[in-house]
Design a protein around this ligand. Structure first.
Ligand code: HEC
Length: 233
């Protein structure tokens, strides 16, 4: 939320009226009925680019989950790369603009969000930093699938709580119950028992690779996060 900024958008929606008395023929103009937003997105953690999920630039009105307008963002392959985006004809009732990750139009996670207030028709947002490797994303995308057996109800299998606010301390540099490894060893995929478990390790009674909601790219995200130091940010 550190990228919140306020921008003035002047909603001068002039009636579309002009006369062509002179008989001149003018090139056809696009009817303009919204605001234009220009922004630059600066991506880091691109190894965890969501491929099964869609990454979109979305404008939200009062409903903060279903956008009034959106456009997809083309994949970036190099860390630190920037993409300039022009978002035209955004409805004037848009209040925020966000880089969001969606699945079947359902919001999974918002990376950055900027606030729009009344003002100009053309808004230039400064560079938006989009780190694809945040722990919050991991919580929303992956651990939300685990809470049913790991502390979301009354029990936590293997004493492991994967609920929001608890999962980080329960994993990072925390010894596993069913292995001599850590549950998560920062920087070390082979030393992180959680990777074995999701891969179907028989050291635990439940075969996690059978979890129907679990997608290959959820595991890619987990591994990228571990490799990059398993940071709590
Ligand atoms: C259907 C229930 C269920 C779901 C869903 C589930 N787990 Fe588990 N998990 C278990 C059980 C049961 C154990 C412990 C088995 C045992 O004691 O042998 C376990 C053990 C683990 C362990 C080993 C902990 C240790 O210290 O040895 C890890 C790590 C783990 N789960 C991670 C996850 C993650 C990550 C998810 C979500 C992607 C998840 N689990 C979803 C049932 C589940």
């Amino acid at each position: 939320m550190k990228h919140f900024k306020e921008y003035m958008i002047m909603t001068a929606l002039l009636p579309f009226c002009f006369s062509c008395d002179s008989g001149d023929i003018y090139p056809k103009e696009t009817v303009y009925d919204g605001i234009t937003i220009e922004t630059e997105l600066h991506f880091t953690g691109v190894g965890a680019w969501p491929e099964d999920y869609q990454l979109i630039l979305a404008a939200y009105g009062d409903d903060t989950e279903n956008p009034v307008a959106s456009q997809s963002i083309d994949q970036v392959s190099t860390d630190g790369e920037s993409v300039k985006i022009t978002f035209a004809n955004v409805l004037t009732d848009a209040k925020t603009i966000a880089v969001s990750m969606v699945k079947s139009r359902k919001l999974v996670y918002k990376f950055t969000e900027a606030l729009l207030t009344e003002g100009e028709k053309k808004v230039e947002l400064p560079v938006q930093e989009v780190n694809l490797l945040t722990f919050n994303r991991l919580q929303s995308q992956l651990f939300s699938q685990c809470a049913a057996c790991h502390g979301g109800s009354t029990t936590a299998s293997a004493g492991l709580y994967l609920t929001e606010g608890q999962s980080y301390n329960m994993l990072v540099n925390h010894p596993a119950v069913h292995s001599t490894k850590m549950r998560v060893a920062p920087g070390l995929i082979s030393g992180s028992f959680i990777v074995d478990v999701l891969g179907g390790s028989t050291d635990v009674k439940y075969n996690h690779s059978k979890l129907s909601s679990l997608k290959a790219e959820d595991v890619v995200l987990l591994k990228e996060w571990i490799e990059n130091g398993a940071k709590n940010e």
